[in-house]
Design a protein around this ligand. Structure first.
Ligand code: CTP
Length: 444
């Protein structure tokens, strides 16, 4: 019996896939189809897949062409599969010409001509149309966002809004954007969605105006500084049928999601304590971070990250919260703060600092063991599950690509196309963070 193997994502199954499967099957008597797993796709930077693995498996199964379906989970698996299943022929579309010649050591390699004029990428575009996203602000984070957007399909960024014409003109030239606006209403009329990357205290007004104009909003963290503002914006977004998402890159990254799922699975028993630290020394006191009137300080700048980990793990229903801070004498902003949160029979601490450095790790302690995520845990790509017996340690790694902003953008686009907010960060979680920041600001 001649065995043939082929691989693909097979997202939105189309006739190009069918042609490929038919011809691959004709090469032998038994066809094995390897379908890429979600984690593997993330690891190789393919963030645009729209259908979950089960759906893609179901679709390939329905063709009746596959004798066996397997899931491709890691780089190098093809060599193992070919040997394990005693495969005679590896077949793949001609878009991969030459890329799999290294498999010739193990079996025959055949490149089948790709069907012209169709791809999953094209179908995603026909189905969802390209989202025109405008950038609000031209600062540091906006400059990191545009290069990251190149890794996400289904989005086009071609304009920026800002108050200083010279600055946004330079920004648009630097990032080859065709348009820049100093008039927010005019800017909004040109786009479908905004990414707000201005100082915190301006987010609320920009987001509200955009929603009222029926634009989707991806807003940098902290989205707002008061719970009632967050509540109002989410209600407004619902009314206007648009997506509002707080841009916390960690929340949308694949390894962080795996970490949360594992922690919640009970593998370390009941979670009793979470300790999350994020410090980033800001040396120039002329920057916004040290400007009290612009809501500078450690909590407003950095607490979103540790709080999102704590809330994802422990929930939004805490009993008590308290803050201890060290303040900068000159500017009055908090340069280091500990947020202590008491839950029924459990606790959590967030340590944040713009003027004090501390190991930036995350420790999740349970009744059977603990999870250790080394610094920088907010760019999650590695963690260990540890127990009393050290030989039981388990290690996990999923690559965190680039600046990570691509993950929040990919989820934002998915949410828009699916007409519902990402399950990865719920509205009440975003509101809870705004509420904690508000509580802290009220102590000042
Ligand atoms: N394929 C093909 N003809 C097409 C599209 C895909 O022969 N028009 C083949 C690919 O070469 C590969 C298999 O189908 O062998 C699965 O490809 P996959 O990457 O899932 O499909 P694409 O449509 O190319 O997906 P994308 O646009 O997301 O890259």
């Amino acid at each position: 019996m001649k065995k043939v193997i082929t691989y693909g994502t097979f997202d939105i199954l189309h006739y190009g896939h069918l042609n490929l499967l038919k011809r691959a099957k004709e090469l032998g008597d038994y066809l094995i189809v390897g379908i890429t797993g979600e984690e593997y796709d993330y690891n190789r930077g393919k963030l645009n897949v729209t259908e979950p693995l089960v759906k893609r498996i179901e679709n390939v199964k329905k063709t009746g062409l596959a004798d066996k379906i397997i899931v491709e989970e890691y780089f190098g698996q093809k060599i193992a599969d070919i040997q394990k299943y005693e495969v005679d022929i590896f077949a793949i579309g001609s878009d991969w010409l030459g890329k799999f010649d290294y498999l010739k050591e193990y079996c025959e390699v055949v490149y089948l001509e790709r069907t012209k004029g169709i791809s999953s990428t094209d179908l995603r575009i026909y189905k969802n149309s390209i989202l025109n996203l405008g950038i609000v602000g031209n600062g540091r984070i906006a400059s990191r966002f545009i290069p990251e957007s190149k890794y996400v399909s289904g989005v086009n960024i071609d304009c920026v809004f800002g108050r200083n014409e010279e600055h946004i003109k330079n920004f648009s030239q630097k990032f080859e954007l065709n348009n820049y606006y100093t008039d927010y209403t005019k800017f909004l009329s040109q786009i479908d969605a905004v990414y707000i990357a201005t100082p915190h205290n301006t987010h609320y007004e920009y987001a509200k105006k955009a929603i009222l104009e029926n634009k989707h909003v991806l807003c940098e963290k902290p989205m707002v500084l008061e719970a009632k503002q967050a509540e109002e914006l989410f209600l407004l977004a619902k009314k206007h049928n648009v997506i509002l998402q707080e841009a916390i890159k960690t929340i949308y990254s694949p390894c962080f999601n795996k970490l949360i799922n594992i922690a919640k699975s009970g593998v370390i028993g009941n979670i009793k304590d979470v300790s999350a630290t994020f410090t980033k020394l800001v040396e120039n006191k002329n920057l916004r971070e040290f400007n009290k009137s612009m809501f500078g300080g450690s909590v407003t700048e950095l607490s979103t990250y540790p709080l999102c980990a704590i809330i994802k793990l422990m929930g939004t229903n805490y009993d008590n919260i308290s803050f201890s801070s060290i303040f900068d004498k000159e500017t009055g902003v908090d340069i280091f703060t500990k947020i202590n949160i008491e839950y029924p029979n459990a606790m959590a601490t967030a340590n944040i600092g713009i003027g004090v450095k501390k190991e930036g790790d995350l420790v999740i302690s349970g009744t059977k063991g603990y999870i250790y995520v080394p610094a920088p845990w907010w760019k999650t790509e590695y963690f260990e599950i540890r127990f009393e017996n050290l030989s039981q340690t388990q290690k996990f790694f999923i690559k965190y690509d680039g600046d990570g902003l691509r993950y929040e953008l990919a989820d934002f686009i998915k949410a828009i196309n699916a007409h519902k907010n990402s399950y990865k960060f719920k509205n009440e979680e975003s509101i809870c963070i705004a509420d904690i920041i508000e509580k802290f600001l009220l102590t000042l």
